[in-house]
Write a protein that binds this ligand. Sequence first.
Ligand SMILES: Nc1ncnc2c1ncn2[C@@H]1O[C@H](COP(=O)(O)OP(=O)(O)OP(=O)(O)O)[C@@H](O)[C@H]1O
Ligand SMILES: [Mg+2]
Length: 711
Amino acid sequence: MMGYRSSADTPPHIRQALERIGITTFYPPQSLALSKGLLDGRPLMVATPTASGKTLIAMMAAYNHVARGGKVLYLTPLRALAAEKLQEFTDFLGDEFKAVASTGDYDSADPWLANYDVIITTNEKADSLLRHGASWIDSVSLLVADEVHMLGDTDRGPTLEMTLTRLRNRNPRAQLLALSATAPNADEIAAWLGAELISLDWRPVPLREGVYYDGEIRYSDRARRKVRELDYNPVISLLLEVVQDGGQVIVFANTRKRAEQYAEKAAAALSRETLVTDDERDKLNGLADELLLSAEASSFTDRVAALMRQGACFHHAGLGAVHRRFVEKAFRNRILKVLAATPTLAAGVNLPARVVIIPELRRYEVGEGLRNISVTEYKQFCGRAGRPGFDTEGEALTIARSEEELELIMEKYIKGKPERVWSRLGSENHLRIQTLAVIASEPVKSFDGLVKFFESTFLCHQFGSALLRKSLTGVVDFLARHGFVEAADGLEATRLGKRVAELYIDPLTALAIIQTCGNRPRLMTELSLLQVVCNTHEVPSVPMRRSDSARLERFVEENREQFFQVPDPVESPDDYEFFLDSVKTAVLMNAWIEEVGEGELYERWGVEPGDLAVLRERVSWISYAASQLMRVVGHTDLVHLFELLSERVEHGVRPELLPLVSLKGVGRVRARNLYNAGYRTIEDLRRASAEELAQVPSIGPRIAASIKSQV
Ligand SMILES: Nc1ncnc2c1ncn2[C@@H]1O[C@H](COP(=O)(O)OP(=O)(O)OP(=O)(O)O)[C@@H](O)[C@H]1O
Ligand SMILES: [Mg+2]
């Protein structure tokens, strides 16, 4: 076996790429992967802690393939990660090979992807590509599955599981490389994947875990340390200490509100203790001013900017893409000292800090009340501690309020092991969605064939196939009863079933939309259509300021003729609740397509930019899916209406602006300005000169030139 310690030990083409990104010596997991045959096509699973250099393992394997004419498919769980990986791959591969990230549009086989050497997708996108039968998948020679422990995620694990099952089934000769956080049953996952396991508990920066109790920190190695009481709140005391010593802190809060409160308290304390230097303050002010110019104006943006100026900010899913970019940049540049985040940050981008504080190990779960967080999640938070190149050690600190709690944290979390990863595919919801996909797009022609197909899942690997047969019987029954599959002799998807699988929606969503659209409201408006779309489980219920239900009920009464169906509050109280919720979301989205500003939507309903972005995407997608369903079931009058709605939701505009927003660099605001200045069609723009267009408010010479180049 060959020893790989530095780039000098690798083949010349890989050595070159390593030089390009300045890597000279390998981290231990990398050496091990190389010596286990990474470059000889061996299937491997690497389970090591956060920041232990797994991406480079994947990039070296990828280079090895593309250099010999192969093709790489890289699966990630998050869009933000796909963008991050694309950057890393592009830097590593140089100009010779082409990498691309594809994460959107679930109704396409995207044949153009065939032109790329490395294709990075989210698990969902890969799933949808399989459903559309993208043919380039057959030429994939290396399959990388990042964050494979996500198999155990209740919401998104099954997509990853089925995508992996189907890809391997279709393309058994491709080399497999699975990357994972450490898990006690990593060997079980590796066995399922037929890969050799590389499991190391190695970190680039050593980690220390401790608990704060009664004025001091107790570490797992028994050491103790008094904390300078710089504030009445221990969390603030702890973080002030770190900042005084020149470090950065991430506080993991259990709700958005808490995250904001910690950010505010930290900001005030940093000012009080004058811990931000003049130079840092100048830079922070510069970034905050830039943010105010780049993000939609609202009191939300003002709040983020004001906190940033003080050196502490929050990070949660309510932030819009622009806010997030600025906050992350300020933290990477080490001028933002404190980041109070919700768990989304721990699972997402690579953003370490010297010290991580976890003030609360319990979290409110819908329908379950206050629950202890999992050890896996705790360890994931800890994994963010220690910034390579800046810190010699990372620290993860929790807060105990009593002796008992101190004991509990030590035993359960610090000495504890992460939970085993369990397949979540067995839940009825997931099984229904995935079964239809398999019947519709795999060469499965009978019930026994279906069972056989599912026998290669992780679910079956863990639980055997006896239960599976029973669950699949129920699911197929359901799908046949509602016209998604034909199960009389053999097993086949109907036209409806095929389309639903391609559209990447839950058969239940399709059913709800089709049933509701059987009647027509007396007065058909955008609100009518939006309500149908928002009344599905696939449109999330986002945090909005409560318009009290009395007002909402009055609104429903006054606008009754616009709704397809109003459930009876006495006979079906749950449906009625759900309906009211959908009306609330529909009213919001109606304002959005009437061009109400994002800032005003926030002031009116408290909808934060990140949530609005999610709603836009989901509502637009389900509207599109609805138009396609209407075509299949023959409600032709609704096809165009849903289609138009989908486009309007995507861009947030009235119909007359749709041609203009189709141009790159032209959003709803610029489109409206152009329209008001008399440029109403592409033809108008073609006739205008760049100079004339540049005169229009918010356009300017650069955008004007870009518009001219497109028309
Ligand atoms: N051999 C090396 N020498 C120096 N730096 C390295 C080396 N390998 C990786 N790094 C750096 O370490 C950082 C973390 O690596 P990476 O993103 O691959 O972590 P990971 O193992 O995938 O962790 P996670 O589980 O959080 O995804 C990156 O910034 C990367 O550039
Ligand atoms: Mg990684």
